[in-house]
Structures are given as structure tokens and as C-alpha cells.
Write a protein that binds this ligand. Sequence first.
Ligand SMILES: [Fe+2]
Length: 231
Amino acid sequence: MFKVVPIPILNDNYIWTIIHDKMTVVIDPGLSDPVLKYHHENNLDLTSILITHHHHDHIGGVNEITNQFNVPVYAPYHKKFNFKYHQVQENSKIQLFDNKLELSVIEVPGHTLEHIIYHGNELLFCGDTLFSFGCGRIFEGSFGQMYDSLKKIKSIDPNSKVYCTHEYTLKNLEFLKYYFKDNEFYKNKHQDLSKSMITLPSLLKDELESNPFLNSSFEEFKKLREAKDLF
Ligand SMILES: [Fe+2]
């Protein structure tokens, strides 16, 4: 019923686009041109924009896009936002596609303080908080905040597909191979992937099983994240 396609931009970003009946919702449009082009070429009608956090590669296209499509933008509060938006927070429900899709908001401070994610209907748009075999860099929050945020993600429907904003899977597996000293599982996973592949979405239940950032104790998590920063 809902198709989700990536519009790749910049080095490794995806602008995830939910499509239903020739209508769309885009998440984190870092650039405007690829979004406008995609809609024009496929004769699609943009109906809403969702924002996870304030980094430029997630919001850079909003003003240009809303000049052409008069659509609501949903975002957490951030003082730097220079576009009109509906402020959402923990437990906000967003109705999309004429109430056919409802997404809920969870606040996940860590990568940035205002970072939020959207989930519902077995879809999870997690911005820069969770990656396949990894998690986001902690820029503004504390290790404790990020750890608690990842814990919140564990309560989401495990059948959810995980739509992260960056294609980091291969790099994350390189790190895990190194950190866990040629662990067979990560080695095999790494071998199965190539540089040009779109590896996303992953499945939350697979991440719960094999993403060590999700299933470590706090001390292990801290050590892992610190080692990843230096890798
Ligand atoms: Fe970011």
C-alpha cells in the first residue's frame, strides 16, 4: 500500500519518499532539485515533509521545495529553522495521505538534542540515530542520552523496516570486523555487500539481533562508540 523509495543525494544520503496513489511524503530533504525532479518526472504530488533534526543535509531543500509545493512541514523545535513548520514532540501523531497513514514521534536526543524519529505501519524513519550495524555520532547529547534513545527504539515493532538517512552499512561492518577481531558473522555480512549497493531499509528485528550498538550494556556501548569515533 505504501511504497518507499530512496532519492540518493550528496555522498551517501537518502531522501526517503513514501508514495501512495501518486501522492508522496518526503523525509529530510537535504536538497531541493533532486526532489522536484523526481516528482516532476514521475508525475507525483508532494503532500508533506518530515524533518528529523537540524543538520543541513536534512533540511537544505525545505525552503525551495515549499516555494513550489505548499505543503506542511513537521519538525521538532529548533531555533535555527528558517521555514514554517508544525512543531512535533514525543507521542505526536501525524496523519498522512488523508489519514491513511499515521506516524508517531519519538524524541531521541544524542546525535543532536532535538532529534526525533517517526514510526508506524512497520516503517521507521530514524534519521541519523540508528544505522544498519551502527548508530549516529554523538554531537550534542551525552553517551547516556544516546544509549537511552536507542533503548526507546527497541520498543518499536520489530517488523519495522529501518530507513536511515545515510548509507553507512559497509563502513559500519568494516569497523565491526576490526573491533570484534574478524568475527565470522560480520566478515560474511561485509563480504555480501558492495560499494554501489543500496543496503537499506534493514529490518529492526535484524538490527536488534546483530547491531551491537543496540544490544550492548552501557559500558560496552560507550567503548564501542568511542572506538568508532577514532576508526
Ligand atoms: Fe545529522
